[in-house]
Design a protein around this ligand. Structure first.
Ligand code: ZN
Length: 45
């Protein structure tokens, strides 16, 4: 399963960062980002 598919299944809860494995992912308009390691990913919705 890809990261994107996981996000679409559970779009609005706290998510674990795929890079640093901390629960520090934040959701913004059309993207997520990690406040710990700086990971970013665009999401289409
Ligand atoms: Zn991270």
């Amino acid at each position: 399963m890809t990261i994107k598919e996981e996000l679409e299944e559970v779009p609005s809860v706290v998510k674990r960062c795929p890079r640093c494995n901390k629960l520090t992912l934040k959701f913004e308009k059309g993207r997520i980002y990690c406040t710990s390691c700086g990971f970013e990913q665009n999401i289409k919705r």
